[in-house]
Structure formats: structure tokens, C-alpha cells
Write a protein of this length. Structure first.
Length: 251
């Protein structure tokens, strides 16, 4: 559900923007009967989040081209996805082999060129005993490298970052894009839908409701006390002080 919401919202946003651009062209006297294509690139497509995310993108009717990229395993992932009978084409890319003289990463260029939406779940997950600083030391350089590729090969794409710690990886991405002169704050997002899904589930369990009928607004960041679920804004919900404290901490 988390990934499905992400895929749907990100691709839908890209389509709305492209539709607005198309309407602008038509108002200028030009007309087209061809619907805009949407290319989605998943960077880290062979991982635990990347694979189901790629599957859901492949199933989305709004995706015309799905481009999968990772350091290992991507051709096999893309081959399996290509068997799904939907309209989108699927490709899988790996980093270019090391060569001399040094050259840029042709695999990343292939994955990103022409992309409208780039989703980045790449990196390592947080393991038991690992602090967010430990996680940052590993994932920061990964995100930096991938966003540099976005700046070069798809500077107008919407970039959605899942790689943790999101509170830190998104600012890194912003600085990389600024350095290349292509930063657009409306096209860089950190994915924190997980917090919304957790809040919805905890409220539904507390109130005896169906989770699909609950929509808790969560603001702030994506770590510890920066996550702020607005339980007081949930219509009809009544919590004891103990319940409210418990679900706030869990979220």
C-alpha cells in the first residue's frame, strides 16, 4: 500500500504537469492527439523495496516505460517484469564496467535519460544496532551519486527519495541539484508515506475502524520526534491520554 500510493501519486503528478504543458501548447494554436508518455526510473530496483515498487509501476496504466537500475541483478528483475501483460516497456541497467580512460556511467545514463519520475530506494536498510549516523555514512554517498546522474540526464524529472535517513538524504539531493543549476523545490520530495500508513493503522485499531477509511495528516520529518501525526484532526476519534501517548510514540 505504501509503495502503491507513492507510485500512483508521483506518476499522476508528472502527468498533470505534462498535461498542463500540453494544454499550454494547444492554447498557442498547436494541437496533438497523442497522450504524453511517462517514463519512470527506479534506482535500486533489485532491492527489498525496489522490486515491489517496480512491480507496482509495471502494473500502473499511467507508466509507459519502466527503467530499472541497480548495481546487481537488474536485468533479471526487468526480464521478469517484462512478462507482465501491461502496456509499459521494461528495461534493466547495470553500472558500466570500469574502463580506461575513465568515462561516465552509461548504465545510469540509459536508465535516466527521458525520465519523468525518478524514485530512489537505493542504499542499505537500517539494521539492529545501527544508528542513523551509521546509515547516513553509507547512504549519503549513494544518493549523491544517483542525484548527480539525475541532474545530468533528466534535470526536469520529479525525484522521490526513499533512501534513509530521509531527513538528511533529501537536503543532500537538493544541494547536488543546486550545484548543477537544476534545483526545483517542487520536484524534489522525500517519501514519508510510511508514517501516514502507520498512523492510519494505529488509529483504526484504537477506534475499531477500517484502516482504509482513516486518513491521518502527518507533518514534519521522517525520524523520531520530527514525525508529527495530527491525531486531534481525525474526525470522530476519541483517545484516552494513555492511548494517545502510545500511538504517538509508535508512529
Amino acid at each position: 500500500m505504501i509503495i502503491n500510493r507513492l507510485a500512483t501519486r508521483a506518476v499522476s503528478t508528472a502527468f498533470r504537469q505534462r498535461a498542463a504543458a500540453a494544454a499550454s501548447v494547444q492554447s498557442a494554436g498547436f494541437h496533438s492527439t497523442t497522450a504524453p508518455d511517462a517514463k519512470v526510473a527506479v534506482l535500486g530496483a533489485a532491492g527489498g523495496i525496489g522490486q515491489p515498487l517496480s512491480l507496482l509501476c509495471k502494473l500502473s496504466p499511467e507508466v509507459d516505460e519502466l527503467s530499472c537500475y541497480d548495481i546487481v541483478g537488474t536485468p533479471g528483475v526487468a526480464a521478469d517484469l517484462s512478462h507482465i501483460p501491461t502496456k509499459s516497456s521494461t528495461t534493466g541497467s547495470l553500472p558500466s564496467p570500469v574502463a580506461w580512460p575513465p568515462t561516465h556511467n552509461g548504465g545510469l545514463e540509459e536508465a535516466l535519460t527521458g525520465a519523468d519520475v525518478v524514485v530512489i530506494p537505493a542504499g542499505v536498510p537500517r539494521k539492529p544496532g545501527m544508528t542513523r549516523d551509521d546509515l547516513f555514512n553509507t547512504n549519503a554517498s549513494i544518493v549523491q551519486t544517483l542525484v548527480e546522474g539525475c541532474a545530468k540526464f533528466c534535470p526536469d524529472a520529479i525525484i522521490a527519495i526513499i533512501s534513509n535517513p530521509v531527513n538528511s538524504t533529501v537536503p543532500i539531493a537538493a544541494e547536488v541539484l543546486k550545484k548543477h543549476g537544476v534545483y526545483n523545490p517542487k520536484k524534489l520530495v522525500g517519501v514519508t508515506t510510511l508514517d501516514v500508513c502507520r498512523a492510519n493503522t494505529f488509529v483504526a485499531n484504537s477506534q475499531g475502524w477500517d484502516p482504509k477509511d482513516v486518513d491521518v495528516t502527518v507533518i514534519g520529518g521522517h525520524a523520531g520526534i520530527t514525525i508529527l501525526p495530527l491525531f486531534s484532526r481525525v474526525d470522530g476519534a476519541k483517545f484516552s491520554d494513555e492511548e494517545l501517548e502510545a500511538i504517538t510514540v509508535r508512529t
